[in-house]
Design a protein around this ligand. Structure first.
Ligand SMILES: [Zn+2]
Length: 359
């Protein structure tokens, strides 16, 4: 912790939480709102962007920064997890081979071959500052043979992504950061092996692949295992780690990057994060440093107090809990915007507290 990750669009002070701008937008916000919350970077989704508006449209606009107008660091994911999810939903849509994924986005649709090389090519066209190798994700609880196969594919594909990266970098004269993803499910021996083999190839950083949280809502041991078996100082990305207490725990294990839909999606569903005490100079403890407020709860109808008295966001400094409740009750988009602003500010304050703790 305490490090800065240098990107083509400025440095990211770590640990950093990057909201998901899946389709090139943080839903309900504009970039001014995001900057006002202290958002230092965003994470976009390759799978969704290449479907719409298409990588060609984004490349023609000079890449994701030119297309969206966001001037800070952008991370893109590989899109592999979305293909995996698609095939889980309907195995008849395609399969995983040693070459990559072969799938149709819908039954009767066009057949798509999604290889490591294509994955890197598409991410170069989108033009993010940090890109991710294609990996083979499987459910954490599957048998050892399946996990072994996923690790073999993941390592082989990461090597091919590394080679494809050098070709793309030479053609485009850009060198985004390249992250590999560690698989292995909950088998700690496989997690360790996958981490060590990927570290041998050498990447700018490493992401945690698969499911970071178990059925009981606890961070799985594999999250710590991955951190322990990668070279000291590696940039670790806690892909999908997003609950406040999980972000805090993983940051203390050495993870520096986080992206998750939780704060923005929860805001749109009226679940808001409220700090239990001012964060400045205090150690964040377990789940006790915050509580969740359900804004539609009728007890807020006359609450003439800020949502979070410790928060300095545009919502808490101007509006009462009662007004925010009213906006949600009438399904006013401005309410969703204010809730999203608040939740992202809560996360930014939490990340600042973790930086202060490490300093
Ligand atoms: Zn606030």
């Amino acid at each position: 912790m305490g490090a800065t990750l240098q990107t083509g669009h400025g440095g990211l002070e770590l640990p950093a939480f990057l909201p998901d701008a899946t389709r090139g937008v943080i839903r309900t916000l504009d970039w001014g709102d995001a900057q006002g919350c202290g958002v230092s970077g965003i994470c976009v989704n390759t799978f969704h962007l290449q479907n719409r508006p298409g990588a060609t449209v984004i490349a023609a606009a000079g890449g994701i920064h030119g297309f969206t107008g966001w001037s800070g660091p952008v991370l893109s994911d590989s899109g592999g997890f979305q293909v995996f999810s698609l095939l889980q939903g309907d195995p008849n849509l395609g399969s995983v081979t040693a070459r990559g994924f072969v799938y149709r986005a819908a039954r009767g649709g066009r057949k798509v071959v999604f290889t490591p090389e294509k994955c890197i090519h598409q991410q170069f066209r989108i033009g993010a500052d940090a890109i991710v190798c294609l990996d083979h994700c499987v459910w954490a609880g599957l048998d050892a043979g399946t996990q072994r196969q996923a690790v073999e594919n993941t390592v082989r594909w990461a090597r091919r992504c590394r080679d494809a990266y050098e070709v793309e970098a030479a053609n485009s004269r850009r060198r985004p950061l390249l992250f590999a993803v560690v698989q292995g499910g909950n088998r700690l021996d496989l997690r360790r092996e996958c981490a060590e083999r990927l570290a041998e190839v050498g990447f700018d950083g490493y992401g945690f692949g698969g499911w970071p949280v178990d059925a009981g809502g606890q961070l799985v041991e594999a999250v710590d295992t991955m951190a322990r078996y990668l070279p000291r100082g590696s940039c670790l990305w806690g892909l999908g780690i997003g609950k406040p207490e999980h972000v805090v725990a993983a940051a203390r294990m050495g993870y520096g990057l986080f992206d998750c839909v939780i704060p923005t999606r929860d805001a749109r569903h009226g679940r808001l994060y409220v700090s239990a005490h001012p964060f400045d100079g205090r150690r964040l403890r377990g789940r006790d440093f915050y509580r969740r407020v359900y804004i539609l709860d009728l007890k807020h109808v006359r609450a003439d107090v800020p949502l979070d008295p410790h928060c300095d966001c545009a919502c808490c400094t101007r509006h009462s809990l009662a007004y925010l409740h009213h906006l949600y009750a009438i399904r006013e988009p401005a309410g969703h915007r204010l809730g999203t602003v608040h939740n992202l500010r809560f996360y930014a304050r939490m990340m600042q507290a973790l930086k202060d703790e490490a300093a």
